[in-house]
Design a protein around this ligand. Structure first.
Ligand SMILES: *Cc1c(COP(=O)(O)O)cnc(C)c1O
Length: 363
């Protein structure tokens, strides 16, 4: 069976050997305050900086999941207000969780064909409305965005992020769960970037990554949330010593280190991902009977491709694919019955893509 599920997704085949190694090195029985563990954590953080080209002054923390990162942002980085602009199920869920923690939240839903700047300024035909949105951006405390909305295959381009960044003093938090490890970010355009490892990083689930700007740490000190096991300040204190705030997923961290060792730089990885994405969209449009869900090339995701159809067609393509040994991603949220999804993650190999293309030509 080959899988194009966008998370949990195909893991790198080398992981099988790394699992053996993990067992044999003895790391799995080591105390998380021991030298042996600290060395693995130190090396993992070094490799994340190196391979993903993360600026030296951005700090990295490992948590349990992207979902936990949503909560940490609400608890440790927000005093009164977080603003959520989203177009799909994950952004909406984040907004919903934040409403239970943050005194004041605002949520704004935009169309999948609209870029974020378009949604904020141009779509509003009434210019007073656009001015209002600009003013509001200037007053945001924490702005929450989803870089690649896994539920519908949309993405925010770096140039759009740059436009927004220039208009707001807010701490910008970006859910990059299905793109971190596959897309080349301009890290300075965000303050908190976070992801889980089971998507673009080709690893088994159970580990989250938070990448934080110096500004984030300053904000955490101001908020001074010290009430919880996962208060960012407490996490930071531990990571400064290459330790963790609870007994961690040592196996997950070890596997992350090993996969990072084998990976080329993010510039190289993302070039392949982008090229494959262009080929996927043009293939679907020109060589199959299918249509991408997202029509606007400026809002299409490079890492998750959503394809739309009638519910009965979707049902049968998924079951026919299964018979052919291929797992397609189910639709998600609002698009559950009217789309299927194809992960375009780096761990997927060329022969697998060719096999799925052949299948889609005929079905
Ligand atoms: C998968 C996903 C999540 C949730 O990840 P967990 O590891 O389950 O916490 C959050 N946001 C986006 C955009 C996702 O794709």
């Amino acid at each position: 069976m080959i899988t194009f599920y966008p998370g949990p997704s195909k893991i790198y085949p080398q992981v099988e050997g790394y699992l053996q190694d993990a067992f044999q090195t003895g790391i799995l029985s080591m105390n998380h305050r021991s030298e042996g563990f600290m060395e693995v954590l130190r090396e993992t953080l070094r490799l994340l900086h190196l391979k993903l080209n993360i600026p030296a002054d951005y700090s990295i923390y490992l948590v349990s999941s992207a979902t936990e990162a949503w909560e940490i942002i609400a608890q440790s980085l927000t005093t009164h207000h977080s603003a959520h602009h989203y177009n799909g199920a994950f952004g909406k869920k984040w907004f919903s969780y934040a409403t239970h923690i943050v005194p004041q939240t605002s949520g704004s839903l935009f169309a999948i064909e609209h870029t974020l700047p378009y949604h904020l300024f141009e779509y509003e035909e009434d210019s007073t409305r656009a001015d209002f949105n600009r003013r509001r951006l200037g007053e945001y405390e924490v702005l929450c965005l989803t870089h690649s909305e896994t539920s519908n295959g949309t993405q925010i381009r770096m140039e759009d992020l740059r436009q927004i960044r220039e208009l707001t003093p807010a701490l910008v938090a970006i859910d990059a769960t299905s793109s971190l490890g596959g897309a080349d970010f301009e890290w300075q355009l965000g303050d908190v970037w976070f992801a889980s490892v089971q998507k673009c990083l080709g690893l088994p689930p159970g580990l989250g990554i938070m990448v934080c700007s110096p500004n984030t740490l300053a904000k955490a000190q101001k908020v001074n949330d010290i009430l919880r096991y996962n208060s960012l300040l407490f996490i930071h204190e531990n990571f400064e010593k290459y330790q963790t705030h609870y007994t961690p997923n040592t196996l997950g961290i070890y596997l992350l280190m090993r996969v990072l060792q084998q990976l080329p730089s993010i510039a190289e990885v993302s070039a392949v991902v982008e090229q494959r994405a262009r080929e996927w969209y043009s293939f679907v449009e020109n060589e199959t009977k299918w249509t991408p869900l997202v029509q606007n090339p400026n809002t299409r995701s490079d890492t998750v491709i959503a394809i739309k159809g009638e519910p009965s067609q979707i049902q049968s393509i998924k079951s026919d694919a299964k018979k052919a040994g291929i797992t397609l991603g189910n639709g998600y949220g609002e698009w559950k019955n009217t789309t299927f999804r194809i992960a375009n993650f780096p761990a997927i190999e060329e022969w697998e893509i060719q096999k799925l293309k052949q299948f889609l030509r005929e079905n």
